[in-house]
Write a protein that binds this ligand. Structure first.
Ligand SMILES: NC(=O)c1ccc[n+]([C@@H]2O[C@H](COP(=O)([O-])OP(=O)(O)OC[C@H]3O[C@@H](n4cnc5c(N)ncnc54)[C@H](O)[C@@H]3O)[C@@H](O)[C@H]2O)c1
Ligand SMILES: [Zn+2]
Length: 527
């Protein structure tokens, strides 16, 4: 098994990126060839673990590695220190030491999070990335930036930690949801626009084919995009600041994402709008020829993205100012001098930015877009299991039942999926971790189901956190706390919850979810 090989020369050392359809099967062989540690923790989100976890483990084991799968709930909301903490604990419990390695199997969230865990666990373990979204294959997995989000902003905590190798298998993109594919294509086109005119031409010829579901052209396209990013990142070492061109389309995109609370656009969708604006600005400033402007715009409009939201120009500027992107009324902006050639221009004015914003609104009206209403997000529910629930099935099964936590979580996920509800599920034995998780999900969750375990009897800190987060919360318990020891009847949390359900085992949780659903519908109806 060979695949194309791109070498990234970065900082202290270089590493290979292997690209080819079907390479996932050879993960074990590549790991052995790269002298990756024998014992490996494969970290994947819940979706990717289900789709590709087994394939990764089998391949690693077939090549003589010992591999274990660690997973966390899918989605950006998991990219936090809270999830890192849960992963550290799991690594410690399973006895992973400095001689082991981490493999990140998944999208950008997984690469950032697992890479960060690898960078920090026991002062750093070797890691490898197996990106499974198009965005991660052409962007997130390349360049050695790892990290997590903070309540105050994205990617605020992190480390540079170069992987030992990266394995890119475009075949796994066949299971990617359409929206994610389009968002990843936006980043791929960005790479073409800033550094590879041939890739842009290839996209002009093949984009419709790819959008119709025939993904084979992606193999060459991804390889080219990886090469461009590798080149930019490597040269940045010598020509400080070159890396900034990777932000083409991103200034406006970040403001749009922030102005819509990160709940409306996928990142790549916002970047597509940002690139349309930046391309227009490049033409307006006389950097780019009109014909090229039109060619670029035509291609970017083929990517589907939600319509522009109602955001006032003032609100957009406010986000840019808060981001310190605008200094004294001016900002640095990445523009195009041609297809495949980017420049960083200082001195773009607020006025120009507003004209670009006005412009993309007219483009939107002019294009044959289906003016569908804003997509309604499915209800999002945070499920927290407190102390000792990791021992479910083993600890006093006559009281708590024989079902393990894994089985219980799977049942919850099935129940939620059938109802179009998104769940994030966490367990921790630590009061502080549960509180952090509550805080971190403030912007994400519509409601909370929490089994606080025995913390319910005395944790005023947990009670205050639930009150502070201000989301409808249901307290649940597996056993009937009212028919057990007297101390179990006290709950200091009950009065900040909309309901308390106990004694129904798994049913307590399911009922909790139903209560939240009704609450939400009621709230929507009232509004
Ligand atoms: N480190 C960097 O240089 C860098 C660069 C760009 C973006 N990022 C980060 O990347 C993140 C976004 O990455 P993303 O868009 O890949 O998000 P993601 O990792 O959340 O993946 C998106 C969704 O696709 C699912 N998925 C992944 N692979 C799949 C497959 N093959 N089939 C079916 N479903 C699959 C995931 O479970 C998830 O629900 C952001 O947090 C961003 O900050 C980092
Ligand atoms: Zn991006």
């Amino acid at each position: 098994m060979q695949g194309l090989k791109v070498t990234l020369a970065e900082r202290e050392r270089s590493y290979p990126v292997y690209i080819g359809r079907g390479l996932l099967e050879g993960l074990g062989e590549f790991s052995r060839r790269e002298k990756f540690p024998k014992r490996v923790a494969v970290i994947a989100d819940s979706t990717v673990a289900r789709l590709y976890g087994q394939a990764a483990l089998s391949s690693l084991e077939g090549a003589g590695h010992t591999a274990e799968l660690l997973s966390f709930p899918a989605g950006e909301a998991s990219k936090t220190l809270g999830t890192a903490q849960v992963l550290y604990e799991e690594l410690l419990e399973r006895g992973f030491d400095r001689g082991c390695g981490v493999i990140a199997l998944g999208g950008g969230v997984t690469c950032d999070l697992a890479g960060f865990v690898a960078a920090t666990y026991m002062r750093g373990l070797p890691w490898a990335a197996v990106p499974t979204t198009l965005l991660a294959q052409v962007d997130a997995a390349i360049g050695g930036k790892t990290g997590v989000d903070h309540r105050k902003g994205k990617n605020l905590i992190g480390a540079f930690h170069q992987p030992s190798f990266v394995l890119v298998d475009p075949a796994v993109l066949s299971t990617l949801p359409q929206r994610e594919l389009h968002a990843g294509l936006a980043e791929l086109l960005k790479t073409a626009l800033i550094g590879d005119a041939d890739l842009f031409r290839l996209a002009e010829q093949q984009l419709s084919t790819v959008l119709s579901g025939e993904l084979s052209p992606l193999e060459e396209a991804v390889a080219r995009a990886v090469r461009v990013k590798a080149e930019v990142v490597s040269r940045d070492e010598r020509e400080g600041g070159l890396r900034r061109i990777l932000n083409f389309g991103h200034t406006l995109a970040h403001a749009l994402e922030a102005a819509t609370n990160y709940r409306y656009f996928l990142h790549g969708e916002a970047v597509a709008w940002g690139m349309i604006a930046a391309t227009w600005l490049s033409w307006r400033r006389g950097l780019l020829e009109e014909a090229e402007h039109k060619r670029i715009e035509r291609l970017l409009l083929k990517l589907s993205k939600p319509p522009l939201p109602e955001v006032s120009s003032e609100a957009l500027l406010e986000h840019l100012r808060r981001d310190k992107k605008i200094v004294a009324g001016r900002l640095y902006y990445v523009l195009l001098r041609g297809i495949g050639e980017a420049v960083v221009e200082g001195g773009v004015t607020e006025g120009e930015l507003l004209s670009a914003w006005e412009y993309i609104r007219t483009v939107e009206e002019g294009s044959s877009r289906n003016p569908s209403p804003l997509p309604r997000h499915p209800s999002r529910i945070l499920v927290l299991h407190g102390p000792n629930l990791n021992l479910l099935g083993e600890r006093e099964p006559e009281v708590y039942g024989k079902m393990t936590l894994k089985e219980l979580n799977r049942a919850l996920e099935d129940f939620a999926r059938e109802r179009g509800i998104e769940l994030r599920i966490f367990q921790s034995n630590h009061e502080g971790v549960l509180i952090d998780l509550l805080h971190e999900h403030r912007g994400w969750a519509d409601g909370i189901v929490i089994n606080p375990g025995a913390l319910t009897h005395y944790s005023y800190a947990l009670r205050d956190a639930i009150a502070a987060v201000g989301l409808p919360t249901v307290e649940v318990h597996l056993s009937d706390i009212h028919s057990r020891e007297p101390f179990r009847r006290t709950s200091v949390i009950r009065d900040v919850c909309i309901a308390q359900i106990s004694g129904k085992g798994l049913g307590s949780y399911l009922e909790g979810i139903e209560v939240l659903r009704k609450e939400e519908k009621g709230a929507a109806g009232a509004g």
